[in-house]
Write a protein that binds this ligand. Sequence first.
Ligand code: GLY
Length: 422
Amino acid sequence: MRVLVIGSGAREHALLLALSKDPQVEALTVAPGNAGTGALAQQRDVDITSGPAVVALARDVGADLVVIGPEVPLVLGVADALRAAGIACFGPSKDAARIEGSKAFAKDVMSAAGVRTAVSEIVDNPGHLDAALDRFGPAVGQQAWVVKDDGLAAGKGVVVTADRAVARSHAAGLLDGGHPVLLESFLDGPEVSLFCVVDGATVVPLLPAQDFKRVGDGDAGPNTGGMGAYTPLPWLPDDVLARIVGEIVEPVAAEMVRRGSAFSGLLYAGLAITSTGPAVVEFNCRFGDPETQAVLALLDSPLGQLLYAAATGSLADVGPLQWQDGSAVAVVIAAENYPGRPRLGDVITGAEKAGVLHAGTERRADGAVVSSGGRVLSVVGTGADLAAARAAAYETVGAVRLPGSHFRTDIGLAAAQGRIQL
Ligand code: GLY
């Protein structure tokens, strides 16, 4: 099988690494890739938002399967263009990708499927903002206001704050930019990311993971695209996991089939485990970053065959997935000033080490690897338990040099110390 992966992050690097271990995958191409992915795949350039351009590239490299990493091409319909051209694609249609692209659509699907989620309200008129803020947050006894961009914002469109002025300013800024605002009730409890390979009504869950969205240790500072992750979750009982699949993901997949928007690809359920059970924070229509880097490090089943089965409607024939024992931890190394405007162009050393996955990197004309984005690298460690996986990841982090960079030192720490309780 010849596979084309679309994207340029550490998630795509992790996908390529896992695909390269599948004996049925004979050739890998990535577009556009980064300075690390060239060791695994032929690198090509493409406008990833253009269906015709991705179709042309897939034909040129003879792809039997195209795996689309980021949400933007999915929301724009690149998977539809591939399917229309007769090319198998792992990734949902434009219609189904609205589960991430439009939070209003996602709420509607969840409501019809009877799935627990935050109470929410869309504000598109600045004149209604203050009254709406009064119906959420500490004003009505909740811990915080949750203010989101009702569209794609790479995780950075969300502000969770107990400070009304901060909530108001974020919402007003979004409205000024022409973006409708979603106000949500705050869901208390530890968060879980559960990735499910889905083909219509068939749902195959991967290992649950936890993501660290705030930039600093102890969840300090602003939200980011994700600063680290670990898997599996020692504090999450199997029966709660079964409830997430049976009471949330399967009903949502079935509802999407019912309304003619069947989902095919990776359905990412972001959840909070509240005192009254799991509730949905958001759905995404693709693999999450950086959870994928940790989750795929433990996957033993052949990834290419799994994704091809989903893409060709035969997921029901895939047996139970096989996983390595133990834990995996991914730590993101970010550029100076991220999640603000990152400093770019710094030389990185140590990035060729095993376990280092590239994201915002590029190769300079003189061969040096330099930073080219906010999240620069994801460093993955595995071990017999979470403490061992953390130790392995942070040992490698210590061997990487990027001037001005920063990373969290507490990825998976609370769980390793048994401090997460339901
Ligand atoms: N881990 C957050 C995201 O991928 O959206």
